[in-house]
Design a protein around this ligand. Sequence first.
Ligand SMILES: NC(=O)C1=CN([C@@H]2O[C@H](COP(=O)(O)OP(=O)(O)OC[C@H]3O[C@@H](n4cnc5c(N)ncnc54)[C@H](OP(=O)(O)O)[C@@H]3O)[C@@H](O)[C@H]2O)[C@@H](O)CC1
Ligand SMILES: [K+]
Length: 510
Amino acid sequence: MKTIVNSAQMKAVDDYTVEKVGIPAIVLMERAALSVIDEMKKHGVTKEKILAVCGIGNNGADGVAAARILYLQSYTVAILLVGDEDKASPLLKQQLLIARNLGISIYNNIAITEYTIIIDAIFGIGLSRNISGIYKEIIEEINAGSHTVYSVDIPSGLSADTAKPMDIAIKADYTITFGLNKIGLILYPGCEYAGNVIVEEIGFPEIAVNQVNSPYFSYDTNDLNKLPKRLNYSNKGTFGKVLVIAGSVNISGACYFSAKAAYRAGSGLVKVMTAEENRIIIQSQLPEALLYTYKSDNWDDCTEEQILKEIEWAKVIVIGPGIGMSNTSGRLLDLVLEHAKVPVILDADGINLLSEKVNSMHNDNSRIENIVSILPKQTILTPHLKELSVLLDMPLDTIINNLLGIADICTCKNDLITVLKDARTIVANKKERYINISGNNGMSTGGSGDVLTGIIAAFIAQGLEAKEAAKLGVYTHGLAGDKARELKGSYCLIASDIIDALAQVLNNND
Ligand SMILES: NC(=O)C1=CN([C@@H]2O[C@H](COP(=O)(O)OP(=O)(O)OC[C@H]3O[C@@H](n4cnc5c(N)ncnc54)[C@H](OP(=O)(O)O)[C@@H]3O)[C@@H](O)[C@H]2O)[C@@H](O)CC1
Ligand SMILES: [K+]
């Protein structure tokens, strides 16, 4: 698990380290500068002309320190200082003094095009307003050139909090960020400005990181250890029963993908509940699945009784993929919402049907309170942003522009587990904000979301808590997508490839 921070949290880590722990800021700065240089050397920087473009805060001071170390190692390096030196931070003044004592060239104006490598140290996490004037001109000039750009801590101009440029931002090839990853380097569009992000440990102690208690984090492959171990003494019941209520007339793929992914991710038994018309398809494509089919046009008390039995049978229920918006689907959803006592993963048309139900509610509660009031405990909602916009009755743009704020609205005051599906999916539950960094654009393909529901369900069936299954499911789904892309490429990748690649991700856990 990797903690992620915004600028205020990073500043709090900085302050605690310097003021409470007593590590001098200039020591951290020296390590920061050395880590930038290490990274440059890894990428073969040798005889090129290097320009450190430095602002007047401590980010600029990092840049001056890096230039000085390079100079002492006989690199050809100069410093371009942008901004009013009289207003320089104390650490920058100190770094400039050292650089001047050594005879390093410090300019206020220079032809940037003469340099092939740029160290971007104009602004770091202290950026506080939109960029304009000389700063804007220089960023434009750097972006228009063909230099290799190493950004110090964060590309100058990018907000560490929102991942948006504050009018303009440097487009870096590499960003060397210190101590902890920043929200601005992970979410879009920030991650596209940052290029390759390298998180460098420069000596912030754990106690300083822990005291900020950031809700943001991501997973790496070590977190796959959280998956329940497979018991040797077991039978198919040991690994849980997944009920997939999905598909409708002419839509069979959704239940197939969800159910197959649930099996491949380790469930003991998977039952598909779908329209009678899908019987033969499921029986022939996925003979491992148990099957209950209903006749959409002949729904009677017996049907309802049987459906209640199936709901009772399940340890976890997926409902929604491909069920359509018919009355039958609405009745299925009602039965699940009223009777399920196990975690429910509500996806796709299940969410659209929920939106309709909420639209018809008339009371003084807030919309999110109305939504939560009709969901069983431990519901996992897995909307993509358009579905979320309908569910919350909020413009899509508002959601796209403030994903973390929307996550707060969905979950701060309730138990809901919301999986906000996007290029960087966020799993929100109470104050936890898991930001997923696995996956790729090849996964934007039909059936991919159905596969996700199956994986999450399988993890719950095997004993994971719903909120853990949601995070680990999203991460695993992305990892499988990444493996699938290695084989098929992002153009050719289809949902079945993600299911097939699960073996490569999960078998390391055996
Ligand atoms: N402390 C530590 O222990 C360590 C810190 N480290 C490094 O310090 C960096 C943070 O340094 P920082 O806090 O000095 O902020 P920084 O990003 O340099 O910018 C502040 C300056 O920019 C100015 N300014 C802001 N916005 C502006 C705008 N739009 N247009 C124009 N000006 C604008 C602002 O002016 P003001 O708002 O005060 O008028 C101020 O002068 C961090 O990212 C890391 O690189 C590392 O060495 C590790 C140890
Ligand atoms: K920077």
